[in-house]
Design a protein around this ligand. Structure first.
Ligand SMILES: CC(C)(COP(=O)(O)OP(=O)(O)OC[C@H]1O[C@@H](n2cnc3c(N)ncnc32)[C@H](O)[C@@H]1OP(=O)(O)O)[C@@H](O)C(=O)NCCC(=O)NCCS
Length: 159
């Protein structure tokens, strides 16, 4: 199943996928405007004309990226798609030169399987908490912070 960068046509389905889970309290909701404005952050997996998974890599700072809005359609979970989406985000972080990516999640066990380790929230820059105002649970946060080191690409010795 191919992971590709999202296009404008994907947005209505991404919006529904994310917000169906957000309505269950699994993740932060996203307005259509937020998805359009950050569209270049997003990857999708499409199947049969439908978006069945999405995830975003957002650049927070010179040394930090964030994986956001990871969602896999309920009928397609446990097929490896979530892991593939995370790897696409990590690979993009690597190609951009970001040394670390983090996530805020209620699924810490899933992210542990993807190589993330728990991190003290106090170690993350204050800038990232701006997002929290969009969370209906604010300020009673029940998310876990996890982080993963991203190895730099090996320089091409022939270049
Ligand atoms: C979390 C989510 C993205 C996982 O997607 P998925 O496609 O089912 O995950 P994968 O099939 O790639 O699973 C990869 C591994 O993680 C495990 N895993 C999947 N969901 C898990 C969970 N909730 N807790 C612990 N492990 C989990 C799988 O068993 C698999 O393990 P394995 O490699 O040993 O077989 C999906 O359940 C989802 O969309 N949930 C609702 C939205 C959400 O909570 N998103 C996260 C917001 S930050």
């Amino acid at each position: 199943m191919n992971v590709v960068k999202a296009s404008i046509q994907d947005v209505p389905q991404m919006h529904k996928l994310i917000n169906d889970f957000a309505n269950r309290g699994d993740m932060l909701p996203r307005a259509l405007s937020q998805i359009y404005e950050n569209l270049r952050d997003y990857f999708v997996i499409r199947h049969g004309g439908s978006v069945i998974g999405c995830a975003a890599l957002h650049v927070n700072w010179m040394d930090l990226g964030e994986i956001r809005s990871l969602a896999v359609d309920g009928s397609r979970q446990h097929e490896g798609l979530g892991g593939v989406l995370v790897e696409a985000c990590v690979e993009e972080a690597r190609s951009l030169g970001l040394p670390r990516v983090f996530c805020l999640t209620r699924q810490p066990a899933f992210f542990s399987k993807q190589g993330f380790v728990p991190v003290d929230r106090a170690q993350l820059p204050h800038k990232i908490w701006a997002e929290c105002y969009y969370c209906p649970k604010f300020p009673d946060c029940d998310e876990f912070a996890l982080i993963r080191e991203v190895q730099a690409p090996v320089p091409d010795a022939t270049a």
